[in-house]
Design a binder for this molecule. Structure first.
Ligand SMILES: Nc1nc2c(c(=O)[nH]1)N[C@H]1C(S)=C(S)[C@@H](COP(=O)(O)OP(=O)(O)OC[C@H]3O[C@@H](n4cnc5c(N)ncnc54)[C@H](O)[C@@H]3O)O[C@H]1N2
Ligand code: MOO
Length: 629
């Protein structure tokens, strides 16, 4: 037990920022060519070595003249000048314009000696077979001419240090003939994800061994690049001390900053802090934020080191809060624009762990333009906790309770986050999920019919999709409904010869159920109830004999997938799934699926859009197997 770490003294986020600020993350400036300069930050000022333009330049097509010759000219009293030749862009003029003369000139050409203005071609006419130019307009010296150095004069400061190079600045540098520029270094950030369970996307998972795809290496690498660093992925390390030490030292030698993820916490196998303690200097272990408490900060072999917690939400939250600002500061990148919105809590929320809580939240607007805010907390281990959220609400360590209706400030993940046009919740229905693809920016949380009804009653979502029996009626407006055929899925050829519900009770088959939240499950339970009534036994008596009845799977396709993988003999599902997954289907009936709108949101554009699609031919319900209007 002595190896275990307890987090009694968590440091405050402010102190953590200071400790990270003092880390030696250095990255020397470098010189890059203009073609790779976009997004980089100038390390030094750039002065103009040349005038731009480097000569007096015609800015319109027309005739180069002496302005004084045209004075008084207008439509009624044009002036005739002798046309003495032409000057084109990219050519040295071989003529001089004297008094009473004009030379044809094209935009961008060098003004010929003697000329000081250009009359645009539209205000002239050629006469005498081109020997004379009739000018209908007076021009003053300088008109339609860009004098040498007016864009940039040689010797002036063109761009200052710290300027972020966008296409506009790159344009100026090109005009000055600068071919490569000194820019701030991009710190090299080594990413070491720890855990024997991790596998890189692209390889096959062995879930029996608890393998999962590595998330953090990719989220963190993307975050590093976005902040202006250069990410370098290292192979995974397990929890073996020597292996971890060797990999971390290698990364520290090659990188300006090493970021590990995982192995930060209290378990005896979480050895990473011991590597830092023995090979470097551990300056922080544990910060008072949620999620992300077990963060580590220190130095390792002269490089900066930050240990992120393993849970993807915790890792990314700590990265955004503490690490990204440090990388931006070294790379000279400005802090990104933040955008906040003020909304009202749609539900109440309790929390009392005494840490600054960065609560992921989703937002939805109601028809009077208010923003409603609801927590999206599927836990630190769920990547959807962040994808289904629009931003975070920072809840102060002393705040233990947020009441429904309380005003909160949401910091959006970025200023271009747009709250969904439609927030829907409820049943996982394969056809409704296709309808979603036709809408502009919907968010749909497949949390089941029961939870969907509950949230709709609480006035959070715009719509709920519900199926199956329910004991409570809803005060809602139906936007549409259809019927879907449900029953038992079995492998092709139906090896166990199942043809009715009672077979799975009597035949000792491995069954895959759905969760009690789903309308499909409620339908099954109602059918079992009537079977129990017929036999004059309790529902439990029957369900006890169904292997797998108690454990419900989340997705509408989960039972089918289990059968295909050979992990089950039969499962609860829909005809459409059986057809699409090449399984056989034993029909047990049809159930109604209805799309119910929150009566207070009926005028919201996203709801109107959905309603229109449901009424139109966009959605041909009858074309799906087992579906009918
Ligand atoms: N008894 C205690 N248990 C835990 C505590 C505690 O104080 N006492 N703290 C919890 C908190 S808070 C967090 S956060 C986590 C952090 O744990 P670790 O940093 O040690 O992370 P691991 O245990 O290695 O992994 C946690 C979890 O995340 C998965 N993981 C890890 N790396 C990745 C990756 N690159 N991609 C995707 N998923 C990853 C890993 O498989 C685990 O499921 O500890 C709590 N426990
Ligand atoms: O710090 Mo942990 O991230 O609360 O789950």
């Amino acid at each position: 037990m002595t190896d275990r770490r307890e987090f009694r003294d968590l440091v405050s986020p402010d102190v953590a920022h200071e400790i990270i600020h003092d880390l030696p993350i250095a990255s020397p400036p470098e010189t890059v060519s203009l073609t790779s300069a976009r997004g980089r930050v100038l390390a030094e000022r750039i002065d103009a070595d040349i005038d731009v333009p480097g000569f007096d330049r015609a800015s319109m097509d027309g005739y180069a003249v002496r302005g004084r010759d045209t004075f008084g000219a207008d439509e009624a009293a044009p002036v005739d000048l002798d046309r003495i030749g032409a000057v084109h862009a990219g050519a040295t003029p071989d003529i001089t314009v004297d008094s009473g003369e004009a030379a044809e000139i094209s935009t961008g050409a060098v003004m010929p000696p003697g000329a000081d203005a250009v009359v645009i071609v539209e205000r002239t006419q050629e006469h005498d077979d081109g020997a004379t130019v009739r000018v209908h307009d007076a021009v003053a010296p300088g008109d339609n001419v860009m004098i040498a150095g007016t864009d940039v004069a040689a010797g002036t400061r063109a761009l200052g240090p710290g300027t972020r190079l966008t296409p506009r600045e790159i344009g100026l540098l090109s005009a000055l003939g600068v071919e490569s520029v000194p820019v701030r270094g991009r710190p090299t950030v080594g990413i070491v994800s720890t855990g024997d369970e991790l596998v890189r996307p692209g390889s096959t998972l062995d879930t029996t061994r608890g393998q999962i795809y590595d998330v953090n290496s990719y989220t963190i690498a993307a975050g590093v690049e976005e902040a202006g660093g250069e990410a370098k992925l290292y192979p995974h390390t397990g929890d073996d001390y020597d292996e971890m030490e060797q990999l971390l030292i290698e990364a520290a030698d090659e990188c300006d900053l090493v970021l590990s993820s995982g192995s930060t916490s209290a378990s005896a196998v979480d050895v990473i802090y011991r590597v830092i303690e023995s090979r470097g200097d551990l300056r922080l272990h544990g910060v008072a934020v949620k999620p992300g408490k077990p963060m580590l900060v220190g130095e390792l072999d002269g490089s900066a080191y930050i240990g992120l917690p393993g849970y993807p939400v915790s890792a990314l939250t700590i990265f955004r809060l503490f690490v990204a600002p440090a990388i931006r500061s070294v790379a000279g990148q400005p802090n990104p624009q933040t955008a906040t919105l003020t909304g009202k809590m749609a539900v109440e929320e309790r929390y009392a762990e005494g840490r600054l809580r960065l609560m992921p939240v989703g937002t939805v607007s109601n028809t009077v333009g208010e923003t409603l805010v609801y927590p999206v907390d599927k836990g630190s281990g769920a990547t959807t906790s962040l994808v289904e959220a629009d931003g975070v609400v920072a809840v102060d360590p002393d705040t233990e309770y947020l009441a429904t209706g309380e005003s909160v400030t949401v910091e959006l993940f970025s200023p271009d986050v747009r709250p969904p046009t439609l927030l829907g919740v409820g049943e996982d229905d394969p056809v409704f999920s296709r309808i979603l693809d036709t809408l502009s920016n919907p968010r749909y949380l497949a949390i089941g019919s029961r939870e969907g009804r509950r949230r709709l009653r609480n006035d959070v979502p715009d719509i709920a999709v519900v199926a199956g029996p329910s004991d409570r009626s809803l005060d809602t407006i139906s936007l549409g409904s259809w019927k879907r055929e449900w029953g038992l899925l079995v492998p092709t050829g139906n090896p166990a010869n199942i043809d009715e519900l009672s077979d799975i009770i009597e035949m000792n088959q491995q069954f895959v159920n759905r969760r009690t939240d789903s309308g499909l499950r409620r339908e099954l339970d109602a059918t079992i109830d009537s079977l129990a009534d017929d036999r004059n036994v309790s529902r439990e008596k029957l369900t006890q004999s169904i292997q797998g009845y108690e454990r419900g799977a989340k997705g509408v396709e989960s039972p089918a997938r289990a059968i295909i993988q050979g992990n089950a003999d039969t499962g609860l599902g829909l005809r459409i799934t059986a057809t699409e997954r090449d399984l056989e289907f034993i029909s047990l009936g049809t159930q109604q699926v209805s799309v119910e709108a929150n009566p207070n949101r009926i005028e919201k554009s996203g709801v109107e859009e959905l309603s229109d699609h449901l009424d139109s031919d966009t959605v041909n319900i009858d074309s799906y197997h087992g579906y009918e209007h």
